[in-house]
Structures are given as structure tokens and as C-alpha cells.
Design a protein around this ligand. Structure first.
Ligand code: NZQ
Ligand code: ZN
Length: 387
């Protein structure tokens, strides 16, 4: 196990009706805030009114900025920065999924910074300050509700890039699984692929002697495999929705990666797809992750066989670990298909003509991944294997 420092400072408030606490929580930080949200689901399903009422009761005034799109864009972030400056706002409340939260985090970075907020996403500027933010989560998926990450797309060139810093962890995150009852099946499935990917990016490691975190990763994956089919059958199954929502936060809060090297190649490879083709991040991962696995599994057959046996209950073949390893990858793919996700680029209607450009863009700052370092040619092969 490697040395590590672990601190996840986000206060998680979990369970039925917890959105009613948003006013009280927010009022600890500010009495005027930016209320940031997406394309309208929160108004359609009544969450907006509940949040606004709770804020009002706690004496918190709001300035609103809605309209965050999935794969959130830089343009709206800049509008948000201007709005916060003009209105003198020092706290942002994000009500939505990963896209809304990431957009809020970008605004939080941009307000106290003199230059172009995109500088943080290219690595040109170092994060030193950010406004505090709070979250009411509507979809278990990105894990942004307690993560230090924000992923934004710059329209010029369709670059989708992340920044990570502990200052971007929200002050609080309110998680009511009932809010996820209204998710369309496809969004539930996309969120599932993302949650499982966040675990697998940590699971496939070169660090030895990480038994505890291996087991935590495996149980988080098994929790998803058990509960997702239940909610696809019955979207209002509270217990299953609760397992999934908590798994989504645990998957990306940092605990599962403690003491071990993490990979992240599949995420980097995927971000080119959702950046250019504007597909859901989770759908892109369902296509890329199995292809990445097929490309790298020989690097550590034992780890892939362990994944197959412990997560997917594959019968181990001790004389042929490769067969066991490949069976695990196949089970993952079958699971993604069974919950309605694409597993090939073709199913996403992504043509072949820009694979080279994406491989180039993905590796422009050097190789991606840690389990196996991948250069442009490797990434291109993975895109081709995903066709
Ligand atoms: O915009 P609205 O109308 O709210 O609709 C959203 C959106 O269309 C809808 N939705 C959300 N909650 C709903 C709902 N519909 C009905 N009922 C509800 N309760 O779902 C759609 C997708 O929302 P989005 O926020 O885009 O989903 P997700 O949480 O998957 O976020 C994806 C973004 O997060 C980034 C991804 O790259 C992508 O841009 N990620 C962020 C990370 C981080 N900050 O740590 C890590 C991840 O790896 C990921 O890259
Ligand atoms: Zn992700």
C-alpha cells in the first residue's frame, strides 16, 4: 500500500425529504446565493419549488442561472462568473447532476480569478481560491457531489477537460434517493456505467497489497450489479435507489483509491467522445472501458482474473487465467448491454473518420493512464477495438 492523505470534507446529508434542509445548510454560508441548475427537470418534477421554499424560509435570497447542458459548456460558466461578480455573490448552490455541479465549480473558480477560467482546465493556472458551494443531487453518476473534480467543455475546438482540487469539494451535498425516481432508464444506465468506471479506474492498479480497497471496490461494483436491474424494473424502489445513490458518491469520493495508484485512461479516452459528439459520458464509458480492458488485460492477468471471479462470479480456470480474465470482461459488456447501454461506437452512431484526431488530442500532453501508459497509437487502437 502506498502512503496517502485522505480528507473528504463534504458533509453528506442522505435520505428521504433531506432537500428540505437546504435552506438551513445554505444559510450557514451566505444570505444571497447563485442558484444554478440544468435544463428543466427540477422544475418539471417539483424539486425547484421545494428548494426555493426552503431557502426562503431560511432567509436566503437567490439569483438564478439555469440552462446547464449535459457536458457543461464554458460559455455559461463565463456568464455565471459575470453574474456572481455583478451581484456580489459568494456562494453557489448547484441543484442537479454532474453537469450542473461541475459548471458551479467552474464558476466558483472563476469569480476570484483575474484571468480566463479555462486556464485552470489547461493547467496554465493553479487553483488557489474558489467560492464555496453546496449541492442538491438529482442523479447518481458523476460523483461530483463530493469529488474535487470539475469537467468543462470549451466550445472552440470542443475540448473537454478536467481540473481537480480539494477546494472544489462542495461544503455539503444533499442526497435524497427519491429524487432519482424520475430518471429516464437511459440516464440511470449511463450513471451506472460512470459509477462502475470510477471504481474500475481505481481497481486496475499496479500497487500491490491493497486488500481492503480491492474489497471495497468489489463490493461497490456488486452493489451496482444487484440494484440497477431492480430500479429498471421498478424506478420507485427506494431501497435500490438508495444503494445506487450512495454507491455513486462512495465510488468517486476518494476512499476507494486510498493507498493505490489509479488509472484514468478510459476517462481521458472517453472525454474526447463526449467532447466532440456530445454523448452522455456514461454511454461513452460503456463503449471504451471494455475495449481498454481487452487492450491491457495481459499486463496483469491475475488482477483481471480476480475481477472476473470476485465481481462477476466467473468460475476460475486455474490452468487458463486468460480465459477467466476474458470471461470477466465479457460479463461486464453483457451487463452494460443488458441495462440498455451501447457497447460499440457504432451503437453511438460515431463514425470512424475522427478517431485519429481524437487519439491525437487525448495524448497531446503525453501518455494517458497509469496501469499501462498509453500513447497516441495505443489510444487509436482502443478506439478501433471499440467500433
Ligand atoms: O438538465 P436537466 O433537465 O436537469 O436533465 C438532466 C440531464 O439531461 C437529467 N436529469 C438529472 N437528474 C434528473 C434528470 N432527469 C429526470 N430526473 C432527474 N432526477 O439527466 C441528464 C444528465 O444530467 P448530467 O448532470 O449531465 O449527468 P451526470 O451526473 O452523469 O453528469 C455528467 C457530467 O459529469 C462529468 C461528465 O464528464 C459529464 O460532463 N463528470 C464529472 C466528474 C467530477 N466532477 O468529478 C467525474 C466524472 O468522471 C465525469 O467526467
Ligand atoms: Zn466518470
Amino acid at each position: 500500500m502506498d502512503n496517502f492523505t485522505y480528507q473528504n470534507a463534504t458533509k453528506v446529508i442522505f435520505g428521504k425529504d433531506t432537500e428540505k434542509q437546504v435552506g438551513e445548510e445554505t444559510s450557514r454560508y451566505a444570505d444571497r446565493v447563485l442558484l444554478h441548475y440544468g435544463g428543466g427537470s427540477i422544475k418539471k418534477y417539483g424539486l425547484y419549488d421545494k428548494v426555493v421554499n426552503s431557502l426562503k424560509e431560511a432567509g436566503v435570497e437567490i439569483v438564478e442561472l439555469g440552462g446547464v447542458q449535459p457536458n457543461p459548456r464554458l460559455k455559461l460558466v463565463k456568464e455565471g462568473i459575470e453574474l456572481c461578480r455583478k451581484e456580489g455573490l459568494g456562494f453557489i448552490l448547484a441543484v442537479g447532476g454532474g453537469s450542473v455541479i461541475d459548471s458551479a465549480k467552474a464558476i466558483a473558480l472563476g469569480v476570484p480569478y483575474d484571468g480566463d477560467v479555462w486556464d485552470f482546465y489547461t493547467g496554465k493556472a493553479e487553483v488557489k481560491k474558489a467560492l464555496p458551494l453546496g449541492v442538491v443531487l438529482t442523479i447518481p453518476a458523476a460523483g461530483s457531489e463530493t469529488s474535487p473534480g470539475s469537467v468543462i467543455t470549451k466550445e472552440e475546438g470542443w475540448y473537454k477537460r478536467p481540473v481537480n482540487h480539494d477546494l472544489l469539494r462542495p461544503q455539503f451535498a444533499i442526497l435524497n434517493p427519491e429524487i432519482s425516481f424520475t430518471l429516464p432508464d437511459y440516464q440511470t444506465a449511463c450513471g451506472t456505467a460512470d459509477i462502475m468506471a470510477h471504481v474500475m479506474e481505481r481497481y486496475f492498479t499496479n500497487t500491490a497489497n491493497v486488500d481492503l480497497t480491492d474489497r471495497l471496490c468489489e463490493s461497490t461494483l456488486k452493489t451496482m450489479i444487484k440494484n440497477v436491474p431492480i430500479v429498471l424494473e421498478n424506478p420507485e424502489d427506494y431501497d435500490a435507489r438508495a444503494e445506487i445513490m450512495w454507491a455513486g458518491t462512495v465510488a468517486h469520493g476518494g476512499l476507494l483509491g486510498t493507498g493505490r495508484e489509479e488509472d484514468w485512461a478510459s476517462h481521458d479516452i472517453e472525454h474526447e467522445l463526449s467532447g466532440i459528439y456530445d454523448i452522455p459520458h456514461g454511454a461513452g464509458l460503456a463503449v471504451i472501458f471494455p475495449a481498454w480492458m481487452k487492450y491491457v488485460y495481459k499486463h496483469d492477468l491475475k488482477r483481471f482474473a480476480q475481477f472476473a471471479v470476485r465481481v462477476w462470479n466467473v468460475e476460475p480456470d486455474f490452468n487458463n487465467l486468460e480465459r477467466t480474465a476474458l470471461a470477466g470482461i465479457e460479463r461486464l459488456k453483457e451487463f452494460f448491454s443488458s441495462i440498455g447501454l451501447p457497447v460499440t461506437l457504432g451503437e453511438l452512431d460515431i463514425p470512424d473518420d475522427r478517431l485519429e484526431e481524437m487519439a491525437e488530442k487525448c495524448t497531446e500532453n503525453g501518455p494517458v493512464g497509469n496501469f499501462v501508459k498509453l500513447y497516441k497509437e495505443d489510444v487509436l487502437k482502443i478506439y478501433k477495438m471499440a467500433r
